[in-house]
Design a binder for this molecule. Structure first.
Ligand code: HDD
Length: 710
């Protein structure tokens, strides 16, 4: 059913065109194509009589509806997808024979699905969790899936533990509580029983688990794979993604509020960015280790709970992915897409990482039940762009109409076709790795070092990041009812860092460790920190959302100058007021309100600006919602800007320890810990100071922020 060898960005679209619905369609029909004359009233024996079985339209409509839900993914149930393309920067011939990594002029189509791990399909986006980052490359060698996360390590070292891990973190068995949260007894019991979790837990309790946007996070292949070149030479590799928008997070209080105000926060953000033409981009990188260097490191390179520190193994950035199209239908595309780490193409191979080895089995197996049988690859989103030919036949929902008599190989009846391809003809040849040893259930010695990299991570955090991790422990462990588990966690993390363990104990009502412990590691690896990472970006306001709070009588000139500066930097401003409708400026201008206090909240924005205008500001001063907007923004360490009389509103909000522009030196711009004010508003020096405060994303140096209600 696949004709020709089609590889270009358009071709996936063309392939999907076969099944895409005609938007111009006029008539309702049954699934047999019969036009329907009535869809609201069932066929009955008389006006008040029983419904008749022969109403085939009624029965078909209801039967289909009854079967609309398919099982959700056992993990990563909630996700959002997008199409795009990938381009390599330069031929990677030296390292891999993968064709999509050779020609910089070629665009390989991709479909990406971002997800949370723990929550059910209808759960909120902003929970504390790992984010899935799965990419399907529709390459000319067949489909290649890179099924990664936004955190570079994993909880466990061996796939055989995955069911235990997932059972422990999902809602508890008796009452199915809590939804989309690790903060409960069974999960922390699991952690305390498995010290190999220590490193991953540090990441999960860090800001990494609260991404501001799918467009502002890193991605990692996590497992160790292999690149193999055309001469058969292999190298160990780890895969990376990074975004030109940097790595940015929400704060915990915000995430919880957003879960109620806009549970679709990350999904909406991705969708809207693509609709507005702000196409998310990610650079693709590889870390490579020569085969002969396999044992040169103080960690085992096959251990998925370990990173390869960039100081030891730098990342080579080799290409870029752009996401430029939203799916037409969530179910058909995002829900039915099926990823599998075993989907590789010639030039990419596996390592013996025991987590990866188990993953190679699990994904295909899970699709069989989730997508109802062995033919899920024929669903348009899953089909490769290159022809498929084999002797697999029948099964539920078979779509291909196979021709001819044979379904076996070798054969003489069908001219021995299809036949295996040699390596020269593009046949996949597994890397010839020498393997010898006893059959044994064991792991290598270095796998048992659970704490060194957890300590490396802790050492690498900035001060605010450390504080956030401690607060996260207080929340997560504080929710654990069993005191023994709480104590066990404190004792476990005493193996990472003694001071950390003391801080955890302080908040959760158990004893500090009897003896202060800790790993002896003193090294840091700044790129593990998102604040300190060279992969972070703090020089752009592109796609940030700014709330502008107004009432009638606002200063039109100030507003338009600031809006212009924000727009020029690529930020998106929204006008917020008590009511939707039109507002009048002091000089008779007009502007339309985008959101009212009921339909939005400060937590949905990256910064807030208050323009001057005496009447507007006097009104805002009487509105608790306006003051709350400012307080919450301040508490969450986000930039605040005010010009003219707008500064008076900040004064009324009682921001502690913050210098505001005074009446006397009207031209002066005062910028203090991300609060930017000017009495003569809207000029270029205010705009510059305000936009650079927004580019910083958060201003953690607000020491007394806890005094402000939020
Ligand atoms: Fe997994 C889904 C990522 C370990 C078994 N996994 C799934 C998805 C992502 C990951 C992003 C969602 C794909 C999508 O959007 O449809 N998983 C990872 C990473 C891991 C990892 C980065 C560690 C390196 N996973 C892992 C193990 C197992 C699984 C050890 C089992 C042995 N994962 C699954 C699964 C899922 C899945 C049950 C659920 C739905 C699906 O596969 O298609 O098979």
């Amino acid at each position: 059913m696949h004709k020709g060898k089609i590889i270009n960005e358009k071709s996936k679209d063309e392939q999907l065109e076969i099944v895409r619905e005609d938007p111009e369609r006029e008539f309702l029909t049954t699934n047999q194509g019969v036009r329907v004359s009535e869809t609201d009233i069932s066929l009955k024996a008389g006006e008040r009589g029983p419904t008749l079985l022969e109403d085939f339209h009624f029965r078909e409509k209801l039967t289909h509806f009854d079967h609309e839900r398919i099982p959700e993914r056992i993990v990563h149930a909630r996700g959002s997808g997008a199409y795009g393309f990938f381009q390599v920067y330069e031929p990677m011939t030296e390292y891999t024979s993968a064709k999509f990594l050779q020609d910089p002029s070629k665009k390989t189509p991709v479909f990406v699905r971002f997800s949370t791990v723990v929550g059910f399909r209808g759960s909120a986006d902003t929970v504390r969790d790992v984010r899935g980052f799965a990419t399907k490359f529709y390459t000319e060698d067949g489909n290649y899936d890179l099924v990664g996360n936004n955190i570079p390590v994993f909880f466990i070292q061996d796939a055989i533990k995955f069911p235990d891990l997932v059972h422990s973190i999902k809602p508890e068995q008796d009452n199915q509580i809590p939804q989309a949260s690790a903060a409960h007894d069974t999960f922390w019991d699991f952690v305390a029983c498995h010290p190999e979790n220590a490193h991953m837990i540090m990441w999960v309790l860090s800001d990494r688990a609260l991404p501001r946007s799918y467009r502002m996070m890193q991605g990692f292949g996590v497992n160790t794979f292999r690149f193999v070149n055309s001469r058969g030479k292999g190298r160990f590799v780890k895969f990376h993604w990074k975004s030109p928008l940097g790595i940015h997070s929400l704060v915990w209080d915000e995430t919880q509020k957003i879960a109620g105000k806009d549970p679709d926060f990350n999904r909406r953000d991705l969708w809207e960015a693509i609709e507005m033409g702000d196409y998310p981009e990610y650079e693709f990188g590889v870390q490579m280790i020569e085969e002969e260097d396999e044992f040169k490191f103080d960690f085992d390179i096959l251990d998925p709970t370990k990173v390869w520190p960039e100081e030891d193994v730098p990342i080579k950035w080799i290409g870029k992915m752009t996401l430029n199209r939203n799916p037409d239908n969530f179910f058909a595309e995002t829900e039915q897409v099926a990823f599998c780490p075993a989907n590789v193409v010639p030039g990419i191979d596996f390592s013996n990482d025991p987590l990866l080895q188990g993953r190679l089995f699990s994904y295909l197996d899970t699709q069989m039940i989730r997508l109802g049988g062995p033919n899920f690859q024929e669903i348009p989103i899953n089909r490769p762009l290159v022809p498929v030919a084999n002797n697999q036949r029948e099964g539920y929902h078979r779509i291909t109409i196979n021709k001819g008599k044979t379904s076996y190989f070798p054969n003489t009846v069908g001219n021995n076709k299809p036949r295996p391809a040699s390596a020269e003809e593009g046949g996949y040849a597994h890397y010839m790795e020498k393997v010898e040893g006893k059959k044994i259930r064991a792991r290598s010695e270095k796998f048992k070092d659970f704490y060194s990299q957890a300590k490396l991570f802790w050492n690498s955090m900035s001060k605010p990041e450390k504080e956030h991790i401690i607060e996260a422990f207080h929340f997560e462990i504080g929710k654990v009812k069993d005191k023994n588990i709480r104590q066990a966690i404190v004792d476990m993390f005493n193996n990472v860092d003694g001071d950390l363990a003391i801080e955890i104990a302080k908040g959760v009502g158990v004893s500090a460790p009897a003896q202060k412990g800790g790993s002896p590691v003193t090294k840091e690896s700044p790129n593990l920190s998102q604040e300190r990472s060279e992969h972070n970006v703090k020089n752009t306001i592109k796609t940030r959302k700014i709330a502008i709070i107004l009432a009638d009588g606002y200063n039109q000139k100030e507003l338009s100058q600031v809006m212009q500066a924000l727009g020029a930097g690529g930020a998106k401003a929204e006008i917020i007021s008590k009511f939707q409708g039109m507002l009048k400026s002091s000089d008779g201008g007009e502007i339309e309100v985008d959101k009212n206090y009921r339909t939005t909240a400060s937590v949905l924005y990256d910064a807030v600006y208050i323009p001057g205008g005496k009447e507007s500001v006097e009104t805002l001063k009487t509105q608790g919602d306006a003051i709350h907007f400012i307080n919450e923004t301040f508490r969450h360490c986000k930039p605040l800007g005010a010009t003219g009389e707008g500064v008076e509103l900040l004064k009324a909000a009682n921001l502690p320890d913050i210098k505001l522009a005074g009446q006397k030196s009207a031209d002066k711009v005062v910028s203090d810990k991300g609060v930017v004010t000017a009495r003569n508003g809207g000029n270029s020096s205010f705009n510059e100071a305000f936009t650079s405060a927004i580019a910083q994303h958060r201003h953690w140096d607000r020491e007394k922020k806890e005094q402000v209600p939020a």
